[in-house]
Structures are given as C-alpha cells and as structure tokens.
Write a protein that binds this ligand. Structure first.
Ligand code: UDP
Length: 475
C-alpha cells in the first residue's frame, strides 16, 4: 500500500525517555514489518527539548513521524512536584492536542489504533470518540505489569502498610519479592497522594483494549499469567524485547568513547550508567569513584551532577551545567586517565554495550537498560534507584541469573568495599563466566523471539492483523 493509504496508528508517549525509546522502536516495526503508518506523539514536559530527545529525534527513520506536543505552562506545577506528577500532568494536558491531530489524520487515512503508555491512558477517550481500539504499550517488564493489574486486589485485601508485610509478595507469573522492593509510592503511607496516584495509574492499566508488553516468554516465562479472560483483565501480548539500536547522536564525548574502547582488551571494561534520569548524592558519587579505583578495572562512567534530594534528579534532562565535572573528587580524572573514561550526562549506551571490550554493566536496572545489556550479552551489577528498579533487579538476579545486586547498608548507602567486591565478582573469570553464559543464552533466545516466526514477532502480527481488519471495516 502507498504510505498515504496505509491504516494509521497514533502512538502517544508521556515525557519519559525510557518510554519514548522503545516506542520509537515499536513505531519503526509497525511501519517496516506490518504495513502500517505511524505517528509518534511525545507529550513534552518542557518547551526546550533535552539532549536525549534531540538525539533520538535525529535518528527517527523516514516512515515514522515524531511530533513533540506543546508542553504545559512551566509554572503549572510547583518546582518541587515529583517526576510522576509532572509526567501525568504533561500527559493530561496533551489530550486536546492528541484529539486535534488524530481527527486531522482520520480525515486523510483510516485510523487503526491509538497506543498509549502507562501514564497517558487518559487519551483513551480520543480512541473511543474515533471508534478505534486503545492499546497500551507497557515499557516495563511483566513484573511491574503484573503488579499494576493485580494491585487493586492486593490493595483491597491489605490490612496496614505494604512495608509491614512479613511474607514475600507473590504476583502472578513473577518471582516472589520482599515488600521493600516494591516501587517507592507503595512504601509510603497508603493514605498519601503518591499512593493514590500509583493506584489510579494501576487501575487505568486495566481499562484498555489490550496490552503490549516489552518482554518475551524467555525472559519472563510467567508473562500474562492471571489475565486469561476469566479475570476481565485485558489480554497481554509479549512483543519484546524492543530496543532502539540506532546511534544516539554524536558529540565530542561520543566520538571519543568508541575509539577508546577499541584500544581495550576484550571484556575488560566496566560500563556505568544510571539511565536517562538517575542521580546519586555527592557522597555516593565520591564513594563510587573510590570503589572504581579500588577495583583497578578499566571503566567508562556516564556521570551526572549529584543531587542531594532525589535519585531521579536528571529525569527531564533540563539541568544547567551538566558538562562540568567539578563535583568529582579532586585528582580522580587525572589519576584514572588511561584506565577510565568519564562522560558527562549522556552517552551512546547501546553502542557501548555492543562493544566487545565491555565486560560488565553497572546499571540502575531501568528496563531498557536491562534489555539492552541482555541483548548484548553483558552481565550486570544491579544498583536500582527509583520506580520499579528494585523489582527488576530482584528478577535479574534471582530469576534470570544475569546480575548481582549491590547491597546498601542500613542507611541506604553503598560502601566502596561492597561496590568494588560486586564489580569484581561479575568481572571474575569463574563466577562471571557462568553469568556470561546465562546472559548469552538469553540474548540468543531474545533475538529468536523477534525473528519472523519468533513468539514476540507473531504476537505483534496477531494484534496488527486485528487492527488492520477493524480499520478496513471488517469488525
Ligand atoms: N540512555 C542512553 N545514554 C545515556 C543514558 C541512557 O542512550 O547516557 C538510554 C538507554 O540506552 C536506555 C534509556 O536511555 O535506552 C534509559 O531507559 P531505562 O529504562 O534504562 O531507564 P530510565 O531512563 O527510564 O530510568
């Protein structure tokens, strides 16, 4: 079909880079493999695009149109508003733009579906008005989706607070987890606003026509458990792992990292990065630097300016002075020159993970980072910071056996001895070797799931067939 006559999918993503990146890959596949046209709308939180957004936008393939929707007024929320609240606000404010754009698209081409992320479900009304299905693309693992889908039930049956639970929490299709590994909003008072916000987002997840989740049966064998039509929960389709592997922008630091890695022995480099938004405190940043020196390992460290108040301080990428490394302990960069490379703010992560010199990834366990590490066969040191990252870390260590968690002391601090010892375990020839073997097996299986007859590719084809036939009026 010519592009203009293809059924059109509108995808709406809230202002989270960790969502936009897999959304871009989903949109690319809808166009390249499923005969659809795709417009990807980004509900921006700020008017100035971040470096992250700009580098993704520069690599969007021709067939996908990426549109940043106008951000809500800067003073609409107090500067102290938490990330989740900001993201929800931007998604809510985007609905009228989504309506206008979708109506205009519908006048030119058949609309096949609206695909939202876990934050932008309020736009579902637009799909209802236009008579098309609304699907969710869930960019975190089944483990979090299972929590979302079963939270109303858990909530109704709970006496007291989650953190008081003495028994492990057993979510359908997931490894048991301890209450302290739940997302932060569940660990505060159940009468708090942040709990109410999380619960309402969880309830929203069940109100769509179907859910695509960025995982595969090999990674999470229990995906979809408890959603078999008996429970009135929407059908869940494992379509992952979808990761964005195009080069993420080029600046001075990006262009020096790959040649530097080329000079290092195979598997000898520790790569450290805490996602698009993760930040450490000053004290923790210094401790990590000391730990790196203790290991004597080669390293590439994407370091962000410390934040004393929150672990997601760089989430919207709008901080000033990000390139200035003056906060690092005096002499660190000089002492480690030749052995390590410190990159401020943002690096081409998938290109680094793909490099044969990288032997270990110290990660905050954001789901995209975890998938990218697996797809490149790199074992992980798990250092979760916020959102559902502690759940991901538990799953990666206990179920998948591809990561070792760093243990914090009673005050939540990671000592240099602990950090160095966990890095050494993953880099170690023997213990590391079994982890590397498991991660390579998972990499191969994940790759197979995405080939033409693989489980994830077939799952997406089944959904898109349904979208296409309903957009052609064969309901
Ligand atoms: N990323 C990157 N360069 C960086 C930091 C992050 O390219 O310096 C990419 C990374 O490859 C991943 C995404 O940003 O695709 C981060 O998503 P993730 O789910 O891991 O974490 P989040 O940022 O949502 O916490």
């Amino acid at each position: 079909l010519p592009a203009s006559a293809r059924p059109h999918v509108v995808l709406l993503c809230s202002p989270c880079m960790g969502h936009l990146i897999p959304f871009a890959e989903l949109a690319r596949r809808l166009v390249a493999d499923h005969g659809l046209a795709a417009t990807l709308l980004f509900a921006a939180a700020t008017d100035t695009p971040s470096e992250q957004y700009a580098s993704l936008a520069a690599s969007i393939p021709d067939g996908v149109s990426l549109v940043a929707l106008p951000a809500p007024p800067a003073d609409a929320l107090p500067p102290t508003a938490p990330v989740r609240e900001r993201a929800v606000h931007a998604a809510m404010s985007s609905v009228r733009h989504v309506r206008e754009l979708s109506q205009s698209l519908a006048s030119r081409a058949p609309l096949a579906a609206l695909v939202v992320d876990m934050v932008s479900v309020p736009a579902r009304d637009v799909a209802t008005e236009l008579g098309v299905p609304c699907y969710m693309f869930f960019t975190s693992p089944w483990m979090l989706l299972s929590l979302f889908l079963h939270l109303p039930e858990l909530d109704a049956g709970l006496v007291g607070e989650y953190r008081d639970a003495t028994e492990p929490i057993r979510l359908p299709g997931c490894v048991p987890i301890h209450a302290h590994e739940l997302p932060g909003a569940l660990l505060v008072d159940r009468s708090s606003e942040s709990y109410a916000g999380f619960l309402s987002m969880a309830k929203d997840a069940a109100r769509v026509d179907g859910i695509l989740v960025n995982t595969s049966r090999d990674l999470e064998p229990g995906v979809g458990d408890g959603t078999d039509g008996v429970t009135k929960l929407p059908a869940v389709h494992a379509v992952g792992p979808l990761v964005w592997t195009r080069p993420a922008g080029v600046n001075r630091d990006h262009s020096r990292v790959i040649p530097w890695l080329d000079q290092q022995p195979r598997g000898s480099v520790v790569f450290l990065s805490f996602g698009s938004g993760g930040t450490l405190t000053s004290r923790q940043t210094t401790e990590l630097a000391l730990a790196l020196e203790m290991t004597r390992c080669r390293f590439v460290w994407v370091v962000k300016r410390p934040d004393e108040d929150t672990a997601s301080g760089a989430f919207f990428g709008t901080r000033q002075g990000e390139e200035d490394l003056g906060f690092l302990q005096r002499g660190f960069v000089e002492r480690t020159s030749g052995v390590g490379l410190v990159l401020p703010s943002w690096a081409p992560q998938t290109a680094i993970l793909a490099h044969a010199s990288v032997g270990c990834f110290v990660t905050h366990c954001g789901w995209n980072s975890s998938l990218e590490s697996i797809l490149h066969g790199v074992p992980m040191v798990a250092w979760p910071l916020y959102a559902e990252q502690k759940m991901n870390a538990a799953m990666l260590e206990v179920q998948a056996g591809v990561a070792v968690r760093v243990r914090a002391d009673a005050g939540g601090f990671f000592s240099k001895e602990e950090i160095a010892s966990v890095i050494r375990r993953v880099m170690d020839e023997e213990e590391g070797a079994s982890m590397r073997k498991r991660v390579s097996e998972l990499r191969d299986k994940a790759g197979q799931a995405l080939t033409r007859d693989g489980s994830s590719a077939l799952a997406l084809a089944q959904v898109t067939d349904r979208w296409r036939s309903s957009s052609a009026g064969e309901k």
